[in-house]
Design a protein around this ligand. Sequence first.
Ligand code: S3P
Length: 182
Amino acid sequence: MNNIFLIGARGAGKSTIGASLAERLGRPFYDTDRMICQRAGKSVAEIVEDAGWPGFRRLEAEVLADCLAFSASVIATGGGAVLHRQLWRRRDPGSLVVWLKVEVDTLVSRLRGDSSGSRGRPSLTGQSAADEVAEVVSRRLPLYRELAHIIIDADALDISTIVTDIVRMTAEKRKGETERGR
Ligand code: S3P
């Protein structure tokens, strides 16, 4: 109930911004990738090596289902969490979904700069980083768009400004909904 979910592509800044947003709001913070790894006792790369992407998605679905039942928390989801469309239908109407929208070129350069490389983010398609990001983002764009209540342009990663924008926009959204409900 009343959660804030962050969605967006790999490299959009969901974990960093989510942690900072949770701190600003004084709410608990959860990160679905971290929860998946804790549950499996393995890294994402190890899960994918042992069980393939379908195995990873099964764990992701379990974790996401748990998160949907949390209260007043900030939850950063993995880039592919939007693929679980049936699960998101269980979202309570008081929870808000915030899409951190970042241009493909920015995502590619952020992922290239990530020192954990394929150990941290194993390839989804076997393509080069640039081709993979372009393809995966274009395939998932309709899902991000469909789920999002709030869209934040997170291209310029100024965390504090983005967090301030999210706080303001979620408060406005909730106020609007309360007024409509009266
Ligand atoms: C994935 C994104 C990753 C992680 C996994 C799969 C995806 O999360 O869940 O590697 O399918 O886009 P981040 O978006 O936090 O990197």
